[in-house]
Design a protein around this ligand. Structure first.
Ligand SMILES: [Zn+2]
Length: 436
């Protein structure tokens, strides 16, 4: 293959994107930068002759979709997606201004550098390179740049899937964020984690009701007491372990690479020995339920008639209903459960031509690469796209320095992406898309 000109351009594009403040505050009134970023992306695409469609779900909540026709249009299309919004950053905590796109010490710094303007930039650099040389990919590539991934996806991928599903017609597979990055075992072996599964999200509100009354009386029907008991029970409860095929495969391969003994019945003992990677996988062997908010009362000497709490629940593939039964057992029959937001888990096999092409593309650029499937405990736009029957993978390739604590950079202070890693990523992505 010819040397890829995209490797030169990707850094400039990534820097430009980092300089556009696309902070998603969760409040539509203050989340305004997505439109500017979408217009930038649209210009980069139309500049090389790619037709784009911009769809606003609300004023300035812009989503952009483009389709690049492939050589064989009868084949299923590949969706390549990235979100343009970022979580807010508190500049006082950072070593550089978070929207400066500064380059120093071999890194590009800025909010969104790894989540996920790096991948947005890679996709743009790759297809711009193609257009300049007249290259036609083997099958249709659909590019999607979304709003609102960081605050529930309602104005982004969920909106696109609900209102503009036709744009994704024929898409059979997708690649997006949180996968394809390296984890160094030694000089000759790097594991590249490919996301093949995501836990589901179920945000619940628990409601306790009681008899309101005076704080000085004997009172045996106190809503605050009932709610506190339920919340404490949930917060302390360890749900049963369930090891899905993705997690089993991950644990086997990582344990073998690290020479760590794996007892399939006690995977948490092995996970504890995996070092920084333990963070990533720790929450993927069980359903979890973490209390996050409490609300009750309005005066120090008044017992309120009701109290409520929010529980952030994350469920494994196939476990959503079983989990609710288990939760009911933990909180007892008298607490009411309200579903605030629900998004299903997903899991696909680590097989097929696309998965093989990921491994081949990585090995061509890094002979020490070995791909490993894993489950993300969080959620991405893949949740929405998978509802269209698309097989979703997290594959935004990055070669990382061995000592970089990558998972801490997500939504973290001093988020940054290694420049060489970014250029490596664009070469791998170019190879993958050409081979897919
Ligand atoms: Zn992200």
């Amino acid at each position: 293959m010819e040397p890829v000109p995209a490797a030169d351009e990707v850094v400039d594009i990534c820097r430009d994107l980092l300089r556009i403040d696309t902070s998603n505050t969760g409040d539509p009134r203050t989340t305004v930068g997505e439109r500017v970023a979408a217009e930038y992306v649209a210009a980069k695409l139309s500049d090389v002759g790619i037709e784009v469609e911009l769809h606003e779900s609300a004023p300035r909540r812009a989503n952009l979709v483009a389709r690049i026709p492939g050589a064989d249009r009868s084949r299923g299309a590949l969706l390549v997606h990235g979100h343009l919004d970022v979580v807010p950053a508190d500049a006082s905590e950072w070593s550089v201004p978070p929207f400066s796109g500064e380059e120093k010490d071999g890194y590009l710094w800025g909010r969104g550098a790894i989540d996920m303007k790096d991948f947005d930039a890679m996709t743009l650099a790759v297809v711009r390179g193609w257009q300049r040389t007249g290259y036609v990919p083997p099958r249709d590539i659909v590019l999607a740049y979304t709003a609102d991934e960081e605050a529930g996806m309602e104005y982004g991928s969920q909106f696109l899937v609900r209102e503009h599903a036709d744009l994704f017609e024929g898409c059979t597979e997708a690649i997006g964020e949180v996968g394809g990055f390296s984890y160094t075992i030694n000089d000759d072996l790097r594991l590249y984690l490919v996301e093949t599964a995501e836990k589901g999200i179920d945000w619940l509100r628990l409601h306790a009701k009681g008899r309101p009354g005076h704080g000085s009386f004997v009172h045996d029907d106190n809503a605050v007491t009932a709610l506190a008991e339920a919340v404490a029970a949930v917060g302390r409860h360890k749900f049963p372990m369930v090891v899905t095929p993705t997690v089993r495969s991950f644990l086997e391969q990582v344990s073998e690479a690290l020479g760590v003994e794996l007892d399939p019945d006690e995977p948490e003992l092995a996970i504890a020995k995996l070092g920084p990677i333990a963070n990533l996988i720790g929450a993927t062997v069980r359903n979890t339920a973490n209390p996050t908010r409490l609300e009750a009362g309005y005066k120090d000497n008044v017992i309120p008639g009701k109290a409520s709490a929010t529980i952030d629940c994350r469920t494994l593939p196939g476990q959503a209903e079983i989990f609710l039964e288990q939760l009911r057992g933990v909180i007892g029959p008298d607490i009411e459960i309200e579903h605030i937001s629900q998004q299903g888990a997903l899991e696909t096999g680590f097989d097929g031509a696309l998965v093989e092409a990921m491994g081949a593309a990585l090995r061509a650029e890094d002979p020490g690469a070995r791909t490993v499937p894993y489950m993300l405990s969080g959620g991405t736009d893949a949740k929405a796209f998978s509802t269209l029957g698309i097989r979703c993978f997290g594959f935004a390739p990055l070669k990382l320095p061995a000592d970089l604590n990558f998972s801490a950079l997500f939504h973290g202070v001093d988020e940054r992406v290694p420049v060489e890693g970014l250029q490596f990523g664009v070469r791998v992505l170019d190879r993958l898309l050409q081979a897919s």
